[in-house]
Design a protein around this ligand. Structure first.
Ligand SMILES: [Zn+2]
Ligand SMILES: [Zn+2]
Length: 384
């Protein structure tokens, strides 16, 4: 069953009128990037608009200062639309979370007066800290998804992939401890923490050839010592470990740990490994939501632009954990930017370009129609 066509027409008419406001929000967030858990102004911009649009808004929801929950509607299935708004260091909104936020808020504003007629309860949930930390896992643990029937979000990407996958990921903080000494007069009394870390880094680089498909490990050295004439007593790195499922992540964890410990043994140092933030699970796409979203994109006449290299499960999101808990869809929507890809300066520019704005409005239309399909037929969520 699809949504009642008069409601669909009404929501599309509303989106046409809301366009400038939705695009204005996207650009305002883009121009004022804020890092994970610090998205004070971005969250306020979203919450203000939703409040003005008739939602009951709880700011600082679920114990997170930069989360919010905007609720409307009191009958029918309960849909959560996720709004991410965190930026990246150095490259700003190079993951296009300004489009994610504006698309979620636009969907809320478009649907709000139609919710009772459609039979839908809607929460637009402001979800901080996707790039690091895992704000959605904080929200899950605080109960934000209890009693929720489905969760929906879009993500801008170079190409379209309406039922995109995603890898499990965990972040490690790695610290190698050595012993300081005079680098010239008494090097034999020192133990070089940087050498320990570099040996581990090199061992991981050699390990890569022998990993399973989609086991990935990438890291940066964040501290390498304090002065060239002091044998470094401390060196530090950040590593991300990714895999297609939890079994492969367990395997990768053991092998990367062994590589880092090997570097420490070889240099007489010691290594300390700590997980940072939450583990992100892989995305579990709901086939019914994916089909409804694809139909919605057909209805609005959106041309599907697939990656010529085929769909890729690369990347990770804390929406993975949401999708393991409730039926979910994380649709990748093209800003047609290739060869500019997420986390590049060039991609940030694409996310406020005319094409980026057009994708944003398509996202509002497609999510709104998908929400109406869910209201008309909650049975579409039945997992296959
Ligand atoms: Zn992102
Ligand atoms: Zn990103």
């Amino acid at each position: 069953m699809t949504a009642d066509s008069s409601i669909s027409t009404d929501v599309l008419d509303r989106i046409a009128g809301l366009g400038p406001e939705i695009i204005g929000l996207s650009h305002a967030i883009h121009d004022d990037p804020e890092l994970a858990y610090q998205e004070v102004r971005s969250a306020a911009r979203c919450a203000d608009l939703l409040e003005a649009g008739g939602f009951t808004v709880e700011r600082g929801a679920y114990g997170l200062a930069t989360a919010f929950a905007a609720r409307a509607g009191d009958n029918g299935p309960h849909l959560v639309v996720c709004a991410e708004y965190d930026a990246l260091p150095v490259v700003g909104h190079a993951c296009g979370h300004n489009i994610i936020a504006a698309a979620a808020i636009g969907t809320g504003l478009a649907l709000q007066p139609l919710l009772d007629r459609a039979g839908l309860r809607l929460t637009v949930l402001g979800t901080p800290a996707e790039e690091v930390g895992g704000g959605k896992v904080d929200l899950i643990l605080a109960g934000a998804f209890e009693g929720v029937d489905a969760a929906l979000m879009i993500h801008p990407t170079p190409y379209d992939d309406y039922d995109s996958a995603g890898l499990a990921i965990e972040e490690w903080s790695v610290v190698v401890h050595g012993k300081a000494s005079h680098a010239s007069s008494a090097p034999e009394l020192g133990r070089n923490a940087l050498d320990g870390l570099v040996a581990g880094y090199s061992a991981i680089a050699m390990l890569r050839q022998h990993l399973r498909p989609w086991q990935q490990v990438h890291g940066i050295i964040t501290h390498g010592g304090d002065a060239a004439n002091i044998v470094p007593e401390r060196a530090a790195a950040t590593y991300y470990l990714r895999a297609i499922d939890m079994a492969d992540l367990d395997d990768l964890r053991d092998r990367v740990r062994a590589a880092l410990e090997g570097g420490a043994v070889a240099t007489g140092t010691s290594v300390e490994i700590e997980r940072v933030g939450h583990l992100y699970e892989p995305i579990r796409t709901n086939p019914g939501l994916a089909a409804a979203f694809t139909r919605a994109c057909d209805v609005i006449g959106r041309a599907f632009t697939a990656d010529p290299a085929g769909p890729s499960p690369g990347g990770s999101t804390d929406f993975g954990n949401v999708s393991q808990l409730v039926p979910g869809l994380h649709a990748s929507m093209a800003v047609n930017s290739f060869p500019a890809v997420n986390h590049q300066h060039e991609f940030a520019a694409h996310c406020v370009s005319p094409q980026g704005d057009a994708t944003l409005l398509d996202a509002v239309r497609a999510m709104s129609l998908t929400a109406l399909s869910l209201a008309a037929d909650p049975g579409l969520l039945t997992r296959e």
